[in-house]
Design a protein around this ligand. Structure first.
Ligand code: PEP
Length: 256
């Protein structure tokens, strides 16, 4: 049932990448080929400095280009920020909001993440809303409470499955090499699905739920086989084309 949802493989370059890395984007764009690209969506989110040139590079490729964050307002006196409209103006199609690194490093609240997601939707971007518990919260058996609170607080009421994606990223799994058990991923994704159905009805069954946190070519197929996992959000292993394309290959096995 959930495997009928069109999967998404998304890469987040974080604060990595200069013009010298454009050949990696080009290689990914060329490697994301039919027939698999007809069945799954692929996305790369380089730093904002590379956004415009990256979209130009991907003109003839199914690889979409997105951003890692946006401001909640359209324009104004907000030095250093970029708006969702600016991302769309560079032909970006997606934006990640509420990544745990922004929640932690920039003290972003659920309300702010929701406002950013609303700004993304208003600019006709697809919003990827990240949620996930810290190690301490997991140790205190608060995982599902945290997910419930973040979903309720960060996901706009106007969300629909076509334009809002939820990424479950346990904070302790990001960049650490630690991956939750299949059972833990299954429990979290089933819980998220249930919350979305409760709030959005039938459409809640169609939202794409990504898993993120230390995904690699070695564990991608296994993670993709878990119920309600409709794709992956990849950090470190999206930087090099060879690694990202190995994960892309895992989709072939799972979504043949
Ligand atoms: C991320 O930052 O979204 C992420 C999942 O990172 P990594 O794959 O490096 O754990």
């Amino acid at each position: 049932m959930t495997k009928q949802i069109r999967p998404l493989l998304a890469g987040n370059w974080k604060m990595n990448g200069t013009r010298a890395s454009l050949d990696q984007i080009k290689a990914i764009a060329e490697g994301v080929k039919a027939p698999l690209s007809e069945r799954i969506d692929t996305l790369l989110c380089p730093p904002a400095t590379l956004l415009y040139v990256a979209t130009a590079l991907c003109d003839d490729s199914p690889l979409a280009i997105g951003a890692q964050d946006c401001h909640q307002l359209v324009s104004g006196a907000h030095t250093g920020d970029i708006s969702a409209e600016m991302i769309a103006d560079c032909f970006g199609t997606h934006v990640i909001v509420g990544h745990s690194e922004r929640r932690r490093n920039h003290v972003e609240s659920d309300a702010l993440v929701r406002a950013k997601a609303e700004a993304a939707l208003n600019a006709d971007l697809i919003a990827i809303v990240c949620i996930g518990e810290t190690a301490e919260e997991r140790d205190n058996a608060q995982t599902l409470d945290v997910l419930k609170r973040q979903l309720a607080g960060s996901v706009p009421d106007g969300s629909v499955s076509e334009t809002t994606v939820i990424a479950y990223e346990p904070v302790w799994a990001i960049g650490t090499g630690k991956v939750p058990t299949r059972a833990d991923v299954e429990e979290a994704h089933a819980f998220i699905r249930g919350e979305l159905v409760e709030r959005f009805g039938e459409d809640g069954k169609k939202f794409r739920l990504l898993y993120g946190g230390s995904v690699s070519g070695a564990n991608a197929a296994d993670l993709l086989s878990v119920a309600n996992v409709n794709g992956l959000l990849v950090g470190g292993q999206s930087l090099k084309a060879v690694d990202f394309l190995a994960i892309y290959g895992a989709f072939e096995r799972q979504f043949a």
